[in-house]
Design a protein around this ligand. Structure first.
Ligand SMILES: [Zn+2]
Length: 459
């Protein structure tokens, strides 16, 4: 099978670098990446890592101090293996001292980006990008779109728009670079209006947040035959997508569903799901990935769960070195059936460090666990969950939004929840009550806030 677009794109980036950069040619000992293999990617990665470390040491007050305090110089790090000698960068560091990360004069910042992540508890952060950074960011968006769409396809973007270099605008530019046609329909239109744009523009791909597209699909399903709309793919961002929900969406629209993993600090777009629909290939032209044990900081073995940690390889305004995402995943070792044998692949992100809640019996719960249980019931649109103490025991309180409030839907929800191993184990041990379930009408839990789902701990 021909390898996916993302791999040929990366090969092109590395070949360009070999052509134009004599220092890189000397480092890699190669004139061209004729037979493109993993070692070409690793040599490109190590070369750009060394360059980034030298640059950050020279220009960033934060990293200069980090190196000095550790008694190290950039030349002590030869490549990926040595990187573990440097301390990790936490999102809190970025929140506290954004300007100490800045490597260019403030007048050269093309786009400051102020944002809050991890629900309402995360600190506000500022990220700065130069024009060069924005070019790289839209280059990757082009490569990500090329993994899902064909040239000349129309891609409809259901994201908030409004100002230059907004996420919707950057994606629009990326789609144009790839050679497809973008249509920004925004996030504020009604489902019927979104469908009218789709029909008028002959959109082949819809790009939006998983929850938002699912909600829209369920509202439209009752009114129109969505299978006949000619959609090729839904490209979904933002949240974990349970297998049952993916199947349901694919069947309603008669198209494929691809998900995307993004992180503002890493340039919004980070990774895309290929045709194998099992894990993500990421932007290896601009990012180096490590997976670490969040408790000890040691690198996880391939296949072992750990925290995703990224180092930027090409950023000009604000390089980030060993940046903790607090997202947990693992490397998938087997070669990907999509044919991208030179690219790494990591698994879907099911847990964030902040989203894990420990029950009285020591078991872990996190939103994706309930996503898998509840989103397998077709009429469940969304839910909220809170944990309380009741008579000394844990009690989970669910508010569940459904498309139809029937006793049958409620019975299925209760059956699935009550037979979940984590809940059964707690009940058997006498540390947990039966969960409380309240069904609320469609639209009740709709929110414009894209914060990631959390379990509210009121114990
Ligand atoms: Zn693949």
């Amino acid at each position: 099978m021909a390898a996916i677009y993302l791999q040929s794109w990366l090969q092109g980036v590395i070949e360009d670098n070999l052509r134009t950069d004599a220092e890189f040619r000397r480092f890699s000992g190669k004139e061209r990446a004729s037979s493109f293999t993993r070692s070409d990617v690793e040599s490109y990665r190590d070369f750009n890592l060394r360059r980034t470390l030298r640059y950050a040491y020279e220009k960033s007050a934060f990293y200069r101090e980090r190196f000095d305090r550790a008694g190290m110089k950039p030349s002590d790090i030869a490549g990926y293996e040595d990187l573990v000698k440097l301390p990790l960068t936490d999102p809190r560091d970025l929140a506290q001292h954004p300007y100490r990360f800045l490597c260019i004069p403030q007048s050269a910042v093309a786009r400051p980006c102020i944002f809050v992540t991890s629900g309402t508890t995360g600190p506000q952060k500022e990220i700065f990008w130069s024009r060069w950074d924005l070019e790289r960011i839209t280059d990757f968006m082009a490569a990500g779109i090329g993994t899902v769409a064909a040239r000349n396809d129309t891609v409809q973007i259901l994201l908030f728009d409004g100002r230059p270099y907004s996420q919707a605008d950057l994606l629009r530019r990326g789609i144009l670079k790839f050679g497809a046609s973008p249509v920004v329909s925004g996030a504020a239109r009604s489902p019927e209006e979104q469908l009218a744009v789709l029909e008028k523009s002959h959109s082949a791909i819809l790009f939006g947040y998983a929850g938002q597209i699912y909600r829209m699909t369920k509202e439209l399903e009752a009114l129109r035959d969505l299978e006949s709309m000619g959609l090729k793919a839904l490209f979904l961002a933002g949240e974990y997508l349970p297998a049952a929900r993916r199947c349901e969406l694919e069947s309603i629209w008669n198209c494929r569903v691809h998900t995307h993993y993004g992180l503002t600090e890493m340039g919004l777009g980070v990774a895309v799901e290929c045709s194998a629909q099992n894990g993500y290939h990421f932007n290896e032209a601009d990012l180096l990935l490590e997976i670490i044990d969040p408790a000890t900081g040691r690198r996880s073995k391939p296949g072992e769960e750990g925290e995703l940690v990224f180092t930027t390889l090409t950023r000009e305004a604000m390089p980030l070195i060993r940046y903790r995402t607090h997202d947990l995943s693992r490397l998938i070792e087997n070669p990907c059936p999509c044919g991208a044998v030179s690219l790494l692949r990591f698994d879907a992100v099911r847990k964030r460090l902040e989203s894990i809640v420990r029950l009285s019996d020591g078991a872990e719960i996190y939103p994706a666990l309930f996503d898998d249980l509840l989103f397998a019931v077709p009429d469940v649109i969304d839910y909220r969950v809170r944990i309380m103490k009741h008579g000394g025991r844990d009690r989970l309180m669910f508010e569940i939004e459904t498309a139809r409030d029937t006793t049958r839907v409620l019975a299925r929800i209760r059956r699935r929840l009550f037979s979940a191993p984590v809940i059964c184990a707690g009940r058997d041990a006498g540390t947990m009550d039966e969960p409380h379930v309240a069904v609320v009408p469609m639209g009740s839990l709709e929110t414009a806030d894209r914060a990631k789902k959390m379990i509210v701990d009121s114990r």
